[in-house]
Design a protein around this ligand. Sequence first.
Ligand code: ZN
Length: 460
Amino acid sequence: MLPILARRLFHLQELALGRPSFRILFELLASECRPAERIRQLQLDRLRTLARLAYDHTPYWREVMDGLGFTPADIRTLNDLRRFPLLEKNTLRARREDMVWRGEGKRLQLVRTSGSTNEALQFYTSSTREAHINAARMRGHEWVGVRRGEKEMYYWGSPVELSKQDRVKRVRDWLINDGLTNGFEVTPERLKKNVADWLAWRPKCIFGYPSTFVLTVTMAQSLGLDLRELRKVGLEVIITTSEMLSDVDRDLIAEGFGVPVRDSYGLREAGLIGHECNEGTMHCMDEQVILETIDPQTLVPTDGEGELVVTNIVGPAFPVIRYRTGDIVTLSREPCACGRNLSSIRISGGRAVEFVVTREGKWVVGYSFIYIARSVEGIVKFQVVQEKIGEIRVRLVVDERFPADGGEQVRKKVAQRLGGDDEIRVEIVDDIAPAPSGKYRPVISKVAEELYRQRSFTSQ
Ligand SMILES: [Zn+2]
């Protein structure tokens, strides 16, 4: 599809879904170069509107403000945001139904998080909120030279079986120039096919998880496949999301594909938070989120470095105010050579290679198990552990909603995802301790770590 037509069609789709994404995109592209003072004024205006709507339409936020003895009219500066308490994930879980404004906008729906932690979280979104997220995402991609309508390959999960809805989506994707390659299960054979498909389809950008790209580059090297061929057919950038991108991994991916790697950072429940520009600065979506940092132990606000706390100022259907993300970041207002007057964020912490390897030699991305955990009610935490080839343990922390046959459901879905004849055991445990870094690791596989270390990608 011609990019200009694909862009048109995407625009029409957004309008049909009640999402003024393009209008918001143009506003964002205009505001980012305004003086920082004006952006802060916009944040204050939006915060005050949000507080007013939250007070008027949601029992939870009214209770919070009444309990602390202030009203939305008392919010006069951005510092007044700190009058709100921190919002914990558990509160969001327990009080969700009191936090939603059902009358806001169109297409209110309950969705689940896709964050990098494995604690499932449900929250509400609406067409307004989705339009803001889509616009922010489009802006980020424009920063690195990819305009909506140009070919983007999404290299991540695809359903095990295609439903009718998925087939409709495939056609729609084709019309708007979005491609989809399964990045959840990678084998040497599939990788060869993927690369051939990409060379034929000619994407300008490939979008996916850092871990999938790292595996792709290392596996391609061991197979003698040159990913830099893609540059000759138009590949200009790799955009990563959802996991920590370490400098080592970034260099490895950039070297492997021969194009720059740009990272983005968002949380489904809080919106798109940051996207890198071509100077390598991760700019914050200041028009949509107000960011603070706190000391994760004492909860005292810190100056620049600490646990990120997010307020989304453009999602009144489900106000998210001072939400604790659990991510350690550094915020800055240093100017960037690109000229955008947006603040910036740097995310700290590393990431381990998170795959399991099946007996047949299939590398299955840790992320794909998050989708399985989300598909069964009552799973609070989960972890996949692989000590030996052919043996997979799935550890679950569950609550009272977990069905009697939940363990069997999980086992079947994991078996379906893995294919082959690996032995899968499901264990219900009291708790799953985080790694020393404080982050949950959804997948721990000694097998994958060892094979990866040896660059051994064929089975057995
Ligand atoms: Zn910049």
